[in-house]
Design a protein around this ligand. Structure first.
Ligand SMILES: [Zn+2]
Length: 248
């Protein structure tokens, strides 16, 4: 296993400083922590509870200061999670490049660091938007990958990935994802394993190992700060050490 990366989604101006507390510990357990923010206010979405009285990230100075402290830990990166996270499949629709670029630049200005990683809301991403992310300058997409060839560039690596994913789905082992990222046009796409519910936790380690988690591939664990980090943070913090023990 190369590295264990944590991806946490849905952070936005609605989040509070307390929501970020678990990530100070997470940064000591995971090789990398990607805090993925929604740059602009949403209209209807599936985001977590609104603990903020602010309307923009820039207004929420306490939150921004706490994020900057996390960034200073060196292995914490900022990702972008949609533009407004409006609706279930925001990135299944056409999202104009200037809108994507505006969100990216906004996060970069707010936090003072490059934002090169994109995590699609609900892990839904059309091929058109894949190319728009490239035009906007993103270098890494952390997704659940797609099982549909029309949603990604038709390159040898992607086709191989689709075939392997389809075979796993046919034998009802979809939870054993294909590990290993795919690089195309300077974008590195890497799949993630979700830890949203307690039931996910019980299967997680086995699924990763059966997926080939002892190989040299990065392993990404996807969470929401408003779910398991509130109820069983210790279990989430132990995932990297459990994986390292199993893979020795
Ligand atoms: Zn989300």
């Amino acid at each position: 296993m190369a590295r264990v990366i944590l991806r946490d989604d849905d952070l936005s101006f609605r989040s509070s400083v307390e929501d970020l507390e678990p990530f100070f510990k997470a940064a000591t357990c995971y090789d990398e922590v990607v805090l993925s923010f929604v740059p602009f206010p949403e209209h209807d979405s599936e985001l977590g509870p609104n603990k903020s009285t602010y309307n923009t990230l820039l207004d929420n100075t306490e939150l921004c200061e706490a994020v900057k402290k996390l960034i200073s830990l060196n292995n914490v990166r900022i990702g972008m999670h949609g533009v407004r996270h409006s609706g279930y499949g925001e990135f299944s629709q056409s999202v104009p490049v200037p809108e994507i670029s505006r969100g990216k630049k906004y996060l970069e200005e707010v936090f003072g660091v490059p934002v090169d990683t994109f995590t699609p809301p609900n892990n839904i991403l059309s091929k058109e938007n894949y190319f728009r992310l490239h035009q906007a300058g993103f270098k890494r997409i952390i997704s659940a990958f797609s099982n549909w060839p029309h949603e990604r560039p038709l390159t040898k690596d992607y086709i191989l990935h689709f075939l392997k994913s389809a075979a796993l789905a046919l034998i009802k082992k979809k939870q054993n994802r294909v590990l290993g990222g795919v690089v195309f046009n300077g974008i590195y796409e890497i799949p993630s394993f979700v830890a949203y519910r307690e039931s996910d936790l019980s299967l997680l380690i086995d699924s990763i190992i059966q997926s080939g988690g002892c190989s040299d591939c990065d392993v990404v664990i996807a969470t929401h700060y408003w779910e398991l980090w509130q109820t069983c943070p210790e279990a989430l913090l132990k995932i990297p050490s459990r994986l390292r023990e199993e893979c020795l």
